[in-house]
Design a binder for this molecule. Structure first.
Ligand code: SF4
Length: 701
């Protein structure tokens, strides 16, 4: 039931983007509950969303004032905002003058609001003159972005959550939505309970909670996804379970897909994937017989050295079956972070331009630079997330400004990230929490406002744009991120940053989208506040949004057809295991923690689920190493070590181990940090890291 005087907002955690009602009592205390009127969650919230009131009100770890040090051996000391900004401007100007604009960079976050993302992008690309702005969304969805662009012509999730209730076959690959997208998964579970004929296929080397709802669990060998998807494609083609009419009228390049799919027989594919051939046939039959087929995926496919190949091979299945642009069907990448999609809309990555314009297209660059009235846009793509820290390590990048993210815990090969930050000439960290491990490397620490303390917008996994109001005053001297960014730009004497509120930034962004495929020129703050959320595009002020794309089967490509793509790589290209490091380490999330725990780590209730890092291991591998449940093990490889308690089961395949990615330092030690061990490899096109596959050995401590 809607409370009187409740503020409608959106959860600040995952890309599901649940609606929340926030109520403030006379003493200023807040309570939260799920918004029953919100079309995403209809009142439901998961454990993380339900406890957001604790996070929002606990200011014990908050950065309250700007802090600065004059040198690495000097202590941090409180300074005024003026002094902090003067220092930032002074150092950035002097580095840019000496080494050029490509010597500085911004590393931001999928948790930033769209307005913040827009401004940092404008500041960097339009005025400093470098494309060195990237985001932790690079670690999340960039392989899916490339897959969508290659196949559909645009970074565009075609469907809505409402399509879940219309589908009868779900193919969930490289995802554990029962834990990581819980409310979305509750909708799927309920749909299956009410419709027992609905089929759920899960592809995962681990038997996760999601498998409890599966009719079929394909427990493949890590890295063999493309081989599996191609085998399913082959079966569908051979058994004539494809939509020939759709393929003929609305697609190109079918032969390339077919040639790739026929590279291995089903038996060969089954052997390479480590699963019975009957299971591949069964999965293909479920898909081929479906009236509404939805594929869902996330980090298991994206965070891979062949992430783009995995994405295009999966997207091919939707095209083969004609299951796109109609009710209850389509590919559906599950975004990890709450605003990863909003960030891409404003071009908040080193390889993108605002409004989904193309950095490689000279006329797009000209349009963007004319619109902003700043510098010519540099055609050279900037450093992506891991490249940025490599460039710091190599001395090519001198200064980095980190907004709302904790790369010391979340980036692969964490020791290298720490070394890079130590080598940097100047590190600015703009965040809410002192508990972020990255703040220790800051020369300048800027206190940012958090959830409920600023207004702005976010876009969830289904292209739904929602407004988040300011409900609380930020503590101390913390400021909204947009304000920090425009203060800096003004002090740099950049024109076009004389904003007075976030709404002006939003309006500018909307204007830039006019006439594009993501046109939201008809969606004002007023409409969002008064009428609720909308799914883009929303091209005029009477338009009610677009729940499903491609109903007319006209895609965003130049020829309006969907494009089949042959995956560039079929076999995995990850680092090889060896007699010294014979096990494959997979990393991922647990149900009740979020990213590097700067928020969820403060909530006791969330710690009752899984309170500490662990290593999941198959019983056979544990037996061979004389490890028992609860023993402390040392996980080791060429990059580092971790010491964690062992959890032993048969849910994980032999030959692989799993560690959650959330933990950084505990009592000053980094023994639970999974990213001490993760690989340096990235997908060559999407530049997304290979978080799911590192060669390690495990020994008893
Ligand atoms: Fe928040 Fe995601 Fe949970 Fe919804 S499912 S309440 S968006 S964490």
């Amino acid at each position: 039931m809607k409370k009187n005087n409740a503020h409608k907002t959106i959860c600040s955690y995952c890309g599901v983007g649940c609606g929340i009602l926030v109520e403030k009592d006379s003493k200023g205390n807040i309570s939260v509950e799920g918004d029953e009127e919100y079309p995403v969650n209809m009142g439901m919230l998961c454990s993380k969303g339900k406890t957001l009131n604790y996070v929002a009100q606990d200011t014990s770890d908050r950065i309250l004032y700007p802090e600065m040090r004059w040198g690495r051996n000097h202590p941090m000391q409180r300074v005024s905002w003026d002094t902090a900004m003067d220092r930032a401007v002074g150092v950035f100007k002097s580095i840019i003058n000496k080494y050029g604009p490509d010597s500085v960079g911004f590393y931001v976050s999928g948790q930033c609001l769209t307005e913040e993302y827009y401004l940092v992008n404008k500041l960097t690309k339009g005025f400093i003159g470098t494309n060195n702005v990237d985001t932790n969304s690079r670690l999340c969805m960039s392989s899916a972005v490339v897959g969508y662009k290659k196949t559909l012509g645009e970074d565009s999730v075609p469907i809505s959550y409402a399509d879940i209730e219309l589908a009868d076959c779900f193919f969930i690959a490289g995802a554990n939505p029962a834990w990581c997208h819980p409310i979305l998964f509750r909708r799927l579970e309920k749909h299956k309970e009410e419709n027992p004929n609905v089929k759920v296929i899960v592809v995962d080397p681990r038997k996760t909670q999601t498998c409890a709802s599966a009719d079929l669990h394909l427990q493949i060998l890590p890295g063999t996804d493309v081989i599996l998807f191609n085998a399913i494609a082959r079966y569908l083609i051979e058994k004539k379970k494809i939509d020939k009419d759709f393929i003929k009228k609305h697609t190109v390049n079918f032969d390339a897909c077919k040639e790739s799919a026929f590279q291995y027989s089903l038996r060969e594919a089954a052997q390479l994937c480590g699963i019975p051939v009957e299971e591949i046939r069964k999965a293909a039959q479920y898909i081929g017989n479906a009236k509404g087929f939805i594929s869902m995926w996330t980090m298991g496919l994206n965070q891979s050295v062949i992430g783009v190949s995995k994405n295009v091979a999966l997207l091919n299945l939707s095209l083969l079956t004609g299951q796109i642009g109609k009710p209850g069907s389509g590919p559906f990448s599950l975004t990890g972070q709450p605003n990863a999609m909003g960030g891409r809309e404003v071009g908040g990555m080193a390889s993108l331009l605002a409004a989904h314009k193309d950095l490689g297209n000279p006329s797009h660059r000209q349009e963007v630079s004319n619109f902003w009235g700043g510098k010519e846009i540099n055609p050279k793509p900037g450093y992506t997330a891991t490249e940025m820290f490599d460039a710091l390590d190599e001395g090519k990048l001198k200064a980095i400004w980190i907004v709302c993210t904790n790369p010391v815990v979340s980036l692969p090969n964490a020791k290298k990230v720490e070394r890079a930050l130590k080598k940097a000439s100047f590190v600015v960290v703009q965040d809410i929490s002192h508990d972020s491990e990255t703040t220790k490397y800051a020369d300048l620490l800027l206190p940012a406002a958090g959830w409920l303390e600023k207004e702005g917008t976010m876009t969830n996994s289904e292209r739904r744009i929602s407004y988040l109001p300011k409900v609380l005053d930020p503590p101390g001297e913390a400021l909204p991120d947009v304000e920090i960014l425009w203060k800096f730009a003004q002090k740099m004497n950049f024109k076009g940053f004389n904003y007075t509120n976030a709404s002006e930034v939003y309006d500018e962004h909307c204007l830039m989208t006019k006439g594009t495929n993501i046109d939201i020129s008809g969606l004002s703050y007023d409409r969002l506040k008064n009428e609720g959320s909308f799914q883009w595009p929303v091209p005029h002020s009477k338009h009610m949004g677009t729940p499903r794309l491609f109903n007319d089967k006209r895609f965003f490509t130049n020829d309006s057809k969907a494009h089949f793509n042959a995956p560039q790589k079929i076999e995995n290209q990850s680092e090889k295991t060896s007699p010294e490091f014979p096990l494959i380490l997979n990393t991922g999330r647990v149900r009740d923690q979020w990213h590097t725990r700067t928020k969820t780590g403060k909530v006791q209730r969330l710690l009752t689920h899984i309170p500490e890092p662990y290593l999941e291991m198959n019983k056979v591998d544990a037996y061979l190493r004389q490890l028992k449940e609860g023993d402390i093990a040392v996980v080791k490889n060429v990059r580092g070590t971790a010491q964690v308690k062992v959890k032993i089961n048969f849910d994980i395949r032999e030959g692989m181990v799993f560690m959650p990615m959330h933990w950084g330092k505990i009592l000053g030690k980094d023994f639970g940090r999974a990213n001490n061990l993760t690989s340096n490899l990235i997908d060559p096109i999407s530049k997304e890291p290979d978080f799911k596959y590192a060669a390690v050995e495990v020994k008893k401590y």
